[in-house]
Every structure is written in structure tokens, then in C-alpha cells.
Design a protein. Sequence first.
Lengths: 283, 307
Amino acid sequence: MDRRRLEERVMKGLMILSTLLVVGSSVCILLTIFLKGVSAIDLNMLIQTPKGGYYLGKEGGILNAILGSLVLGVGATFLAFLVSVPITFYLNLYLRRASRFSYILRFLFDVLYGMPAIVYGAFGFTLMVFWGLKASLLAGMITIAFLIIPIMARATDEVLKMIPFELPEASLAMGTTRWETARGVIFKQALPGILTAVLLAFGRAIGDGAAVLLTAGFTDSNPSSLFKPVATLPLAIFFQLATPFPEVQRRGYAAAFILTVLILMVSLISRILSWKFTQNVVR
Amino acid sequence: MNDRHWKDLIARRLMLISGSFLLILGLLMIFMMYQRSKPILALTPLKDLLFSLSWHPTKGQFGLAGFIAGTLWVTVIAMIIAVPLSILTAIYLAEYAAKPLRGLLKPFIDLLAGISPVIYGVWGIIAIVPLVRDYFMPFLTNHLKFFPFVSENYTGFSALTAGIVLAIMIFPVLISVMEEVLHAVPFGIRESSLALGATQWQTIKGAVFKKAWPGIIAAIILGLSRAFGETMAVLMVAGCSLGQIPKSIFDAAYPLPALIATTYGEMMSIPLYDAAVLAAAFILLMITILFNMAGWGILLRMERNQI
């Protein structure tokens, strides 16, 4: 065997090895969380709020955090939807593909997409102080909405870019306005993709801990008002693991299991929905 | 103008407003954070803020050097682990892997990108902390008694632990960007190289890489900025003890994002404390903006040149 073939073999071996390492470590994460979580979970965790001394190992559950995360996630996703979907329609329908403004906006999506969550958290915090708000559900929602706008916008933009250009052209040639084309043709065509984008953003919204730490606070009661602090799952996990009591830490593992299952379910639902809705789509 | 055109015009204006909103949001972020960190910048020279080690909020001393060093340690370790592995994996996925395998692995990698940072932190505590404490550290401190391996910290919560967890967290970004870049290289190049008798690896090394290297660099920059700003997972496993610069991969590190996250409760009670913490956030913001602009800029340029 000559040197070239040897090199080929060695490099290919290394590649397979590193792929196995990457995939293996990821599978290991999911397995660890599932195994640890399943052994620690019980029904009380899902249907009770923390009683006094929960973080010292006493009775209770994390219903407050589960509900809090869902409410916060839905609110933030809704706010983000109101901003990001119109932008992407504007980009793809009203602006020319090579126009400077569309170029700047797409670049902005990318840059904002790469901002760390903690920076959004700190920004949300300064806005909060500016408006005189306290750490609350509303502040958390707004901050998380900022965080997921670029995620949703980028995903929706990808979907709209894929739409064959004959489709809007055919519609416009019939004498419709652009808005009618957007609403009646493009939106229907892009719906499965938009749903996927929304659910992707929702999954990110319930998974984030750094931004809500600074803006949404934490509480032991269920979410009740926009202006009160709200508990979220990632923070519940974080606080439970930060205690020195093994009993509480075990419940932290169970909470981590719940969060992972939630996120996996959201991703699964988005796949199913997008598959179901593709029936109305022209290819 | 009739009703329909009015509707069109209104919709158009509303869409433009939401577009401008995003632009304003970006600028507002920079402006507000700068505004809030101004008090500390006025009192402490930037040099002291960046290079002083003494962090005593009650005495009015705010030196960020320890935290910056912590961030650098953790990020460098993560990059050393993640970059070679993800380059090799991306090449395998783009050039060698059969289509069904790629169809299986790509959604899986995307899925990982969506998992909460806190989950990675939990996994770090369960799996990596004991691994570092019981295996890596005793072995390396006993056999390699020099610079980056000697430490007194026996807890397992260390820069290395955080680096390993971070490396795994940035795999998805690195691999998906690199894979896309490799895929965009025109097929003719590979075919001409193979036709001249080069092996597949020689083709990748000599021809594909010539085209793809700026994209690979861009992916690395983006991964770096992701690692730089990651908060919760690092906070959970890095140890975070005050007043020291880590001198070993087994020392505890206290990175900048973790500082911002841990001080949110007390930050309003001590004068200038909030300004100092927000100055840290401002530094983080500017660095990640720069990195992201560089990374995405390179990728955009490549995309443009290909058309």
C-alpha cells in the first residue's frame, strides 16, 4: 500500500471516529437525562406547587415552573410572530431580492441570531429599569420575544425563499394586490414552514434560562399576573441542582427530564404538522 | 384609489415598520447598554476595568480581568476540543457519508441545537464533573507536573469541565455551517481532481479546501462567539470562585456571562455595581457583534461570489 492510500485510510478512520464521538456524546446526554429523570420522577412533581421548604427537601412539585414556562413561551412566541413574520413577507414580496435594505435586514437577522441569551437578558433588564418595571412575566415575555425574533425570522425567510417565483407572479398577473397575494397565496403555501419556524422558536423560548433569570425572576406560586414574577423550568432545574441536598438534586434531574421531553415533543409536533399541512402546498 | 389598494398600502407600511423595528432594536441594544455602563466608564479608566484583578463591589473596585481570563480559558479549551472534531465530522458528512446516513444525522444535529443549555449543564454535573474529578485530574496531575495541569482544586468543577460541555454545545453550529460550506463547493472541482488520479482525501485537502476555507474560518468564528456568550451551562459546571485567574485547566473559572447571571439579585443595592455588571454585558455584546459580523459577512460574501 502506498503512502496516499495509507493517508486516505487514516483520515477516513479519524473522520468516522470523530463523527462517532460527536453523535455518541449527544446520545449520551439524552440517555443520561432520561435514565436519571425516569428514576426520580413522580406524579406529585407534576401537579403540586412547591410547599414551604421545598428547596430543603420538603414536599411539593414544580407545577409553577411548568405552567410558567408554557405561559411565558406562548406569550413570547406570539409577540415574536407579530414582528418576524411581517418582516419576512416584506423582504420576500415587496423588496427586490438584491435591494440594499433586504441585504441589511438579512445580515441583521444573522447577527442578532448569534447574540448570547445573557446579552438579551441584560438588555431586557436595562429596558425594565428604564420603564420602571419589576422582574415580571411581561418583562420576561418581551425579552424572550427579542431573543427568538431572529430565530423565527431566519426560519420563515428560508421557507419564503423556497417558494417558486411563478406562484406570486401568476397571482399578481391576475390583478391582485401584493397584500392579497401575500395573504391568499404565499401564506397558504408557506404555512407548514411557518408553523415549523414558530414551534422551533417556542422550543427555544421554553429552554432558555439566562434571559429569564434577569427579567422574569422566580416565584413559588403559579403564574397569575403579567406584572408578577414567574417561575420557569430551566431556572427551577438550576436552583434545585444548586442546593446541597441529594433529595432536591434528584428532583432537579426529574425536572430536567420534563424539560427535555417538552422540547422533544415540540420538535416532533412541528414535524408532524408540517407533514400534514404540506397537502395544500404546490410544488 | 380603491379599498383594495388602501389595504395593500397599509399592510406595506406595517411591514416596513416591523422591519425598521428590528433595525432600531439592534441599535437600541448597543445604545442602552452603553448608557447604563457609562457611570463606571467615567469613574474607572477602561484600562483598570479590563486589566485589574480586584473585584470588590463594596469598596468600589471593579476589575474584570479575572472574569475575562476565565472566559478565555473556557473558550480556548472548548475550541481546542470542538474545532478538529467538527471539521472531521463535517467532512465525513459532506463528502463520505451515504445519503441515508446524512439524512439521519443532520436532523439529529439540528435537534441538539434546540436543547436547553440548562440540560447540558445538568449533564455536565452528572457525567463530566465526576469524569474530570476521578479520572482526568488524578491521572494528568500525577503524570504531567507542569503548567496547565497542576491544580489544588479537587472538586471537578473546573475550566476543563466547562470547556468539554461547551465544546459539545457548539458542535451543532460548527458542523452545520461547515457542512453547508463544503456542500456549496461546485462538483466540477472534485471531479477534475479525481480524474487526475487524486485520492478522495487528496481531493478534499487540495481542491475542496481551497474553495471552502473562508467558510470554515467563518464557522469557527461563529462557534467561538457562541462559546463566549454561553451562560447557564458554564455557570453550572465551571466552579465560579472569585478572586483568581485560573492557572490550570483544573482550576475553577468564573467567566463574564456567569458574572452577569449571578449578580442580578444584589446588583441594584450597591452603587455602581449595576453599571459595572452592565459594562461586562456591553463588552460581551460588542465582542459577539464583531464576531458575528465577521462570520456571517464571510459567509454572505462566499454565497454572493458563487452566484
